[in-house]
Design a protein around this ligand. Sequence first.
Ligand code: SDX
Length: 393
Amino acid sequence: QADVFTYDPGFTSTASCESAITFIDGDKGELLYRGYPIDQLAEKSNYLEVCYLLLHGELPDKATLDDFIYRVTRHTMVHEQMHNFFRGFRRDSHPMATMVGVVGAMSAFYHDSLDISDPWQREVASMRLIAKLPTIAAMAYKYSMGQPFVYPRNDLSYAENFLNMCFSVPAEPYKIEPALAKAMDRIFTLHADHEQNASTSTVRLAGSSGANPFACIAAGIACLWGPAHGGANQACLEMLREIGTVDQIPEYIKRAKDKDDPFRLMGFGHRVYKNFDPRAKVMKESADEVLELLGIEDNETLKVAKELERIALEDEYFVSKKLYPNVDFYSGIILEAMGFPTSMFTPIFALSRTVGWISQWKEMIEDPTNKIGRPRQLYTGATARDYVDVDKR
Ligand code: SDX
């Protein structure tokens, strides 16, 4: 703890809350989940173990981890009646729209029986959200494809289950590729939590009013959707496709530097990191592995991404503004290679981040002094004045 508290970013006065969950050193490009560096967790751990760590603060022993995995696995199915919610959406709805609606509706199925003032029932709510978000995300995908929903299976790992629910069809069961499932699991881990970002602050603020955890997570999903936040992974891949080939890059670099041009290099820059986003480094290595595994290592989009990164990191503008690739820069390349449409990139970010959101919600609920509560403002409007009748204006 001492090490962390000696770090003075100089903005403690604007800190919205205290938290012991995730630590970011933006200047060093360091990210710790409960003190463990993200690159070590991405290499040596797995997503459900990281879920336990974020929720409870310590790495579990084998028996505790097995029990946690057992309980999450057996909460993966959603109430059969929830299938009906999807049919109210147009088939071409963005899966994030569906997820906001259906996760919010979980309040009607799973909250009424819960008393969140009871620690065990907070654990049950957390478990249900971690377990059911992949199922709901996969259902949103299947619905958009006009394909039948695929039920979760208890014999598969968390990542294998998600891939199977997305890509299995009655005519041809999905062939689980362990290395691909490992890459999927790693993507979940890299997105699991990230201190007080916009969507986490949204969840904390919603939770500070006493709103139920399912409604709070739906609020977080809505906030994450924005292209400046979680929607950047979809926007980034679409940008890389628009650039198309390496020789087009200088034109886009020029546009990104033009103050009069609203174009931004998606997947670049960060409110906190003024050095490399450590998640982007792991993601870049994973992109090479996955594309090689799938035999598409000469992928044009990956070539454009790597050349764009190389040029931007040498360019005075980006260097002076400390703009580096962030978590969204390479993730879309991996997800597209796995077979996901760009519209599923942010839903995957949302299901991964659910454990971070619910861990931060739990931390806030368990420490009444730690609520964001009710932010104030600096009023810049008109001073007090009397009403004027419309015929005298
Ligand atoms: C996520 O908060 C989190 O932790 C979020 C997240 C998480 O895990 O929850 O990390 C996930 O949201 C990552 C960010 C994904 N967004 C994008 O990739 C969208 C593109 N990037 C941006 O729009 C932008 O970088 C932000 C919104 C992320 C940060 O914007 P800021 O706060 O303006 O960044 P900055 O202050 O460091 O910018 C410094 C300068 C500014 O110019 P000046 O006003 O000083 O002249 O660089 C410019 C910015 O205008 N700039 C960019 C740029 N990002 C910043 N110029 C071109 N392209 C970019 N991508």
